[in-house]
Unconditional design. Structure first.
Length: 353
């Protein structure tokens, strides 16, 4: 969705991460369901303590005073995904003041008035910073997940209510049955045609989905999880059997690399092994793990074309190496990257137990 950002990131081996309207008071959104604060997520460690990457450094570099997480590699824009990372990391570190600042900015600038989802991109340089009103489901998932964790950590019903509203919106607006599988759409608009639906496999944030399956709409989430696991297990292409950043699912259920995007295991798909490994889904990780083990970590390319076999001429960023390290149990980069996307991925790789 974010063409300019991906072009910038391709040159620096970063990570592609996607991200409205007027602010509304938290109690305008939705009432909590009876069990919205009852699920106790597993505790997250203080972010990155074991890997030399920490929230304090990330906060100092990338969080503005008003709570906006700034993408310094893409003209200072922000995304719902970046805001979700800030929420998750500040919650893990126990920094409630930062959490509330990030949440307040996110609700004021990105919250949609029509549905409990978020505009995916904010460009402070534009006359209308949120001209594209579409959402990005991975950002929405992680915001809901961070809010659920915060609700339990700080016993705050307001967080639980908002998390439940987001989860319900995703379940009702962003889940679609295609080819016999219940799929998680990347956004409200632009991903389905009469013949096919385009999916981003890294939007299956398994720790969040596992938590949602214990709350309302449990039957929907269990089916999304089961069908999503089958989808990603089948989405293995090329000599190394790697997933691509985007895949197409036809109305008959056939799976292929997305027709209108480069068929690469790259800046999006690298999050597939991260979310699978931290959630205990080792079978989904194995082909990637096998390929990564075939070369020194510093030689792993930033992307690989699964059709042609061509690879990037530059290696993974520090963030990408952090994901490899988390997946393989190797030594992670100790210094926080100066580029936002690489630093975000470093911190995310260290954030899950």
């Amino acid at each position: 969705m974010d063409v300019d950002r991906r072009q910038v990131m391709a040159g620096m081996g970063g990570l592609a991460i996607a991200g409205c309207s007027k602010a509304r008071a938290p109690d305008d959104r939705a009432l909590a369901t009876e069990n919205s604060a009852a699920i106790e997520p597993p505790a997250l460690p203080a972010t990155g303590a074991a890997n030399g990457v920490n929230w304090a450094s990330f906060k100092q570099r990338f969080m503005a005073d008003d709570g906006r997480i700034v993408d310094n590699g893409n003209g200072g824009v922000s995304h719902s995904e970046g805001q979700s990372y800030g929420l998750l990391l500040s919650q893990a570190a126990g920094d409630r003041a930062a959490f509330d600042k990030i949440l307040a900015w996110t609700e004021a600038k990105l919250a949609r008035p029509d549905v409990a989802l978020y505009v995916w991109r904010y460009d402070p340089r534009a006359a209308n910073p949120v001209a594209d009103r579409n959402n990005a489901t991975d950002g929405d998932l992680l915001i809901a997940y961070a809010l659920a964790r915060a609700a339990n950590k700080w016993r705050e019903p307001r967080y639980a209510a908002r998390s439940r509203a987001i989860v319900d919106a995703i379940a009702t607006r962003l889940v679609k049955t295609v080819g016999g599988r219940m799929l998680l759409l990347p956004g409200l608009d632009g991903f389905s045609t009469a013949a096919r639906t385009t999916i981003n496999p890294c939007y299956y944030v398994w720790p969040a989905l596992d938590l949602f399956a214990k709350t309302g709409n449990a039957a929907v989430w269990r089916r999304v999880i089961t069908d999503g696991e089958a989808l990603i297990a089948a989405a293995r292409f090329g000599a190394h059997r790697l997933p691509t950043d985007w895949i197409d699912v036809s109305n008959t259920g056939a799976i292929a690399p997305a027709a209108d995007k480069p068929p690469r295991f790259g800046f999006d798909a690298i999050r597939v092994p991260l979310f699978a490994s931290v959630s205990g889904r080792s079978a989904l990780v194995e082909p990637i793990r096998t390929w990564w083990r075939s070369m020194p970590i510093e030689q792993i390319p930033a992307w690989t074309d699964v059709v042609s076999g061509q690879s990037a001429e530059y290696p993974l960023s520090a963030g990408g190496r952090a994901v490899v390290s988390r997946t393989l149990g190797a030594h992670a980069p100790a210094t926080l990257a100066t580029d936002y996307y690489a630093a975000a991925l470093q911190c995310l790789a260290a954030a899950f137990p």
